[in-house]
Design a protein around this ligand. Structure first.
Ligand code: TXA
Ligand code: MG
Length: 339
């Protein structure tokens, strides 16, 4: 199969919508990361997403909509707080888990009786969903286990020959995937941190709990609240070592421990150890979110075997950055702040 890259003109979006209506999978831009989209109601089309990604069948997909009214078709029960949160944060990087309606096939929900729903804000994604006339199931458009793609070019590298088309809608704005929340007695639980932060959720919800799975490795035999938690994720081929500590201590540690061929992943120029190649992923949580996945992919291209990464501060969207890089490192953290 030849994979074509389309722009996001109305004509090209119509072409992509025809493919999706015919049961095909299309790579689509969103404000978080690129997705692999198919008709969420069509089990055979959704099956193609799992095959293209090499994704385990028990890992559920998020269903994307363009108008709140679609929730009534997808969810069998809508918590009143979901409506309030949608008014505050949709369209945008927030996925809400609700009991699923029978119209959503089990393959879409990974066999669960719940479904994650999100309304993306990227104009091309929104228009495409409208043109399709059905909600779109879409995981991130990477091969399973790899860093999520934030450009059409990165989707092409992973998906060339596996899907018929990719829509190029420019660089993803946020750069990390949506915040995934579940509803609890008097508030919400964050299963995956993202662009909508805990602080933002607290302006609407009385209580916001961060699930322990966000920052800790799942212990042997434990049941994941979100199946995505149990899979190796976002990992480049290089071994990533996450270094907690201020820039002086970081540099001293790297100077002492690095060998030729190791790389530094730092916030800003000047923090890397002299003579080692380095990439910068930004000085603010927003920049770090925007650049992290592209840096991880670039490190592989550069042939990095081992990467000493400065640990981001888990404030605001930084919690999402920390969660992703922690998983990319396989929970390999060196804390220079404890003595
Ligand atoms: O920003 C995003 O959310 C992107 C773009 C394309 O929208 N999508 C995305 O999808 O990141 P994916 O499939 O790569 O990640 C979805 C995560 C997984 O960790 C999955 O386990 C969790 O959400 N999830 C989905 N439905 C769930 C459910 N019903 N219950 C618990 N976790 C769920
Ligand atoms: Mg993913």
């Amino acid at each position: 199969m030849e994979t074509i890259v389309l722009g996001s003109s109305e004509g090209e979006l119509r072409h992509a919508a025809e493919l999706i209506r015919a049961g095909e999978v299309v790579g689509i831009p969103t404000e978080t990361v690129y997705g692999l989209a198919a008709n969420a109601f069509d089990a055979a089309a959704v099956e193609k997403i799992f095959r293209a990604k090499g994704r385990p069948s028990d890992n559920p997909l998020i269903v994307h909509i363009a108008d709140f009214s679609a929730v009534y078709e997808i969810a069998s029960e809508i918590p009143p707080l979901a409506k309030k949160l949608s008014e505050a944060f949709w369209p945008g990087p927030l996925t809400m888990i609700m009991p699923k309606s029978p119209k959503i096939p089990l393959i879409t929900s990974g066999g669960l009786d719940t479904v994650g729903i999100r309304m993306p804000s990227h104009p091309a994604a929104k228009r495409l969903i409208e043109l399709c006339g059905v909600p779109l199931a879409a995981p991130s458009a990477n091969l399973s286990g790899s860093p999520s793609p934030t450009t059409a070019q990165r989707v092409f590298e992973d998906m060339n020959g596996r899907i018929p088309a990719i829509i190029d809608g420019g660089e993803s704005d946020v750069g990390v995937e949506s915040t995934v929340i579940a509803f609890e007695d008097n508030g919400v639980r964050i299963l995956r941190p993202g662009g909508i932060t805990r602080e933002m959720l607290l302006t609407v919800a009385k209580s916001v709990t961060v699930d322990p799975g966000v920052l800790n490795e799942l212990s042997e035999g434990a049941v994941a609240r979100s199946p995505g938690m149990k899979y190796k994720h976002y990992a480049p081929k290089a071994q990533v070592i996450l270094i907690k500590g201020e820039s002086g201590a970081y540099r001293e540690y790297v100077l002492k421990n690095a060998c030729a061929g190791d790389f530094c992943l730092v916030f800003e120029k000047g923090e890397a150890a002299p003579d080692l190649p380095y990439l910068c992923y930004g000085a603010t949580p927003g920049e770090q979110a925007h650049r992290l996945f592209e840096c991880l992919r670039r490190l592989d291209e550069l042939g990095a075997k081992r990467v000493f990464a400065r640990c981001p501060s888990p404030e605001g969207v930084g919690l999402a950055v920390y969660n992703r890089i922690l998983r990319a490192s396989g929970f390999c953290v060196i804390d220079l702040e404890v003595d």
